[in-house]
Design a protein around this ligand. Structure first.
Ligand code: NDP
Length: 296
């Protein structure tokens, strides 16, 4: 069997087009423009690239983009004061603080200062609690993107056996909550899991969010399973830099029913979902109907 390739790039383009259409309607019918503020502290090269891409994508769908680049030595008080201003600004519907923050800043304190209704990354403790109790929340972008692709591929997910490898707060745990919300039978595996291969082989849906290049191999995949590879790992191969996932693509694709490639799978969905979340935040702030199919 050769797996169907789930094309995240095409799917993300579709989501962005849907967002753009909704944004245009909001302008026309309600005189509103959703706005996203991104805060970058310091000079981390990867973060600078992410922030640049986020800015370009925000403009492309017709939203307002507010960039705040602060020096690495910014004090916690100054950063919190900026967040307070953004919380109070009616033109800003979404606030994202690019992580990681420089070591002298307390990320939890900073994230929890964001108004939960504007927390488009879904990392505020209130949103984590709302998601955990099955209530309406802002949902972290990467797992939301994975859920959208899974729903699109399977239709209903109820009753399926799902295994999530990784228990981070930004991917593994919210992913598991979302799958539970769609009535999957969910297992979360991690570095202390016994016989990981056997656990993975139970999965109709296998989500890998580990941060270890090509760790999940074909012998760990149930025939016909759907494999979602969240991993982004830069490795050297044959003297060249290469991007690979947490799944060994060739061996897994020979067994799986469907699989996301790296690059071009989960990655492009993350920014698309950030835009979707900003649109959702704007609609909620103004008591308008939420965009269909773009929320959990
Ligand atoms: P973390 O490092 O925060 O978490 C990794 C998880 O994997 C931990 O729970 C850890 O277990 C588990 N783990 C590590 N080694 C093993 C092992 N040998 N067997 C089983 N489990 C193991 O990573 P993130 O969740 O932040 O990211 C995961 C991957 O996803 C990375 O490659 C990252 O680059 C990528 N990523 C991609 C995004 C995208 O947009 N596509 C967005 C965010 C992340 P334990 O808790 O026991 O230590």
């Amino acid at each position: 069997m050769t797996a169907k390739v789930i094309d995240g790039k095409a799917f993300a383009a579709g989501v962005r087009a849907q967002v753009a259409e909704h944004v245009a309607r909001l302008k026309e019918e309600n005189g509103l423009q959703p706005g996203l503020a991104v805060v970058l502290v310091g000079e981390d090269p990867a973060s600078k690239v992410y922030v640049k891409n986020k800015h370009a994508s925000t403009i492309e769908v017709g939203m307002a983009s507010f960039e705040h680049r602060l020096p690495a030595e910014t004090s916690e008080a100054d950063l919190l004061a900026l967040i307070d201003r953004l919380n109070a600004d009616p033109k800003v519907h979404g606030i994202l603080v690019q992580l990681p923050l420089p070591g002298h800043l307390n990320s939890e304190l900073v994230i929890n200062r964001i108004n939960p209704a504007k927390d488009v990354d879904g990392f505020h403790i209130s949103n984590v609690g709302l998601l955990g109790t099955g209530q309406k929340s802002m949902v972290p972008c990467t797992p939301l993107g994975c859920l959208m692709m899974l729903r699109n591929h399977h239709g209903k997910l109820a009753g399926l056996e799902a295994v999530v490898v990784g228990r981070s707060n930004i991917v593994g745990k919210p992913m598991a909550q979302l799958l539970l919300g769609d009535s999957c039978t969910v297992t979360i595996a991690h570095s202390r899991t016994r016989d990981l291969a056997a656990v993975c082989r139970r999965a109709d849906i296998l989500v890998a969010a580990v941060g270890r290049p090509e760790m999940i191999t074909g012998d760990m995949v149930k025939p016909g399973a759907t494999v979602i590879d969240v991993g982004i790992n830069r490795i050297e191969r044959d003297g060249k830099g290469k991007l690979v996932g947490d799944v060994h693509y060739e061996s897994a694709a020979a067994v799986a029913g469907a699989i996301t490639p790296v690059p071009g799978g989960v990655g492009p969905m993350t920014i698309a979902c950030l835009l979707a979340n900003t649109l959702t935040a704007c609609c909620r702030a103004h008591g308008l109907a939420e965009p269909e199919g773009l929320t959990a």
